[in-house]
Design a protein around this ligand. Structure first.
Ligand code: AMP
Ligand code: MG
Length: 340
């Protein structure tokens, strides 16, 4: 199914009233229904992954270094006995390290990112959020995409089957959800997606990341989730592996939700070779000297892997049909907004 929308319709940046107090938010019947759905989604995620041999680990919360991040979000420093540690923006470096112990791992991981103020109105950005973080040893990108597709399909179908009353209260059309995961997800290369966006009157540089508006436009035109693959080097972190056959192109992907909900997950085949990691760090403006423990490990040998992280609040927003990701958090932290 293809839904055609105009750019003005797709990019709805009308501000949503943010709750005046934590109790107003927590006691709202819609918040409670959303959090019940989220709880069930977490249970379904754990059941799905553990049945396939994945080991759940508790993620680190602070460390000497974290995912350098992109798109202008800032890291939060922690004074660790005189050393500057960081709150995790993502646990990617630890996911790779964890494969020394187990072949398949997952975290339900909290992340803190001080996102730019202008993202407060995208309905997708929180300063504190969670990822369903998955990593698979010796896997190819396609294995990770297949698993992400199966996991999302399972979790959506489970919520629709198990919580029809909550979804009805939330006004979520479960028929639309059901249809969205009834067939396999589409796959489109980044270059093709940028060409389509440019054709729609939203010029998009094929050598750059797709902007927030572009992401929402391609999402609003889709009837079911789909993958965008092969992002250009420079748009992503040093740990996304470069395609040996196509220099300048990364072996990565985003999973985009339909109906304008936007990006649900990012993932990739990982760089794990010591020399390549150092080169890629330098290319992305990172100082290798900061990454002591990680590069020491890489020198001794980090396993090859692929993996992904699904934004839990964004995934919940999609399943529950809420207007904004913050509505899928019990104690939402919106960029720049002082709250509980
Ligand atoms: P990233 O590695 O930056 O792509 O983050 C992984 C996933 O986490 C994304 O695909 C989103 O679903 C989610 N995510 C990233 N940043 C935020 C944010 N500021 N607020 C809520 N969810 C986010
Ligand atoms: Mg991403």
């Amino acid at each position: 199914m293809t839904v055609t929308v105009t750019i003005a319709e797709a990019v709805d940046e009308a501000p949503l009233p943010f709750p005046s107090s934590p109790d107003a938010h927590l006691t709202d019947p819609l918040t409670r229904a959303t959090l019940r759905v989220q709880s069930r989604m977490l249970a379904a995620t754990r059941a799905f992954l553990t049945a396939r041999g994945f080991q759940e680990l508790l993620p680190p919360i602070i460390g000497p270094v974290t995912d350098p991040g992109i798109r202008g979000s800032k890291q939060v420093d922690v004074d660790f006995y005189g050393h500057t540690y960081k709150m995790m923006t993502s646990a990617i470096l630890y996911k790779q390290a964890s494969l020394l112990a187990f072949d398949k791992i997952f975290y339900i991981a909290p992340n803190v990112r001080l996102e730019p103020l202008e993202t407060a109105v995208t309905h997708r950005h929180l300063a504190e959020f969670h990822q369903i973080d998955v990593e698979i040893r010796d896997a190819r990108r396609e294995d990770a995409m297949d698993l992400a597709e199966q996991l999302v399909t399972h979790v959506v179908a489970d919520a629709v089957a198990g919580l029809p009353d909550d979804l009805a209260l939330l006004g979520r059309d479960t028929d639309t959800l059901h249809k969205a995961v009834a067939a396999s997800f589409g796959r489109v290369a980044h270059r093709q997606a940028t060409t389509e966006l440019t054709g729609l009157g939203h010029p998009q540089d094929p050598a750059a990341e797709i902007d927030w508006q572009g992401e929402e436009i391609v999402s609003a035109r889709a009837g079911r989730p789909f993958f965008i693959t092969d992002y250009p080097k420079g748009s992503r972190g040093f740990y996304d592996k470069e395609d040996a056959q196509h220099p300048g192109v990364l072996r990565n992907f985003d999973l985009i939700a339909p109906e304008g909900y936007g990006e649900l997950a990012s993932g990739s085949e990982r760089e794990h070779d010591y020399a390549s990691l150092v080169t890629r760090m330098r290319e992305t403006g990172e100082n290798p000297a900061k990454y002591g423990w990680y590069l020491d490990l890489a020198r001794r040998g980090i396993p090859a892997s692929s993996g992904f992280g699904i934004g839990l609040e964004r995934f919940t927003r999609y399943v529950t049909g809420r207007q904004a990701a913050w509505q899928a958090s019990a104690y939402p932290k919106l960029p720049g907004v002082v709250s509980a």
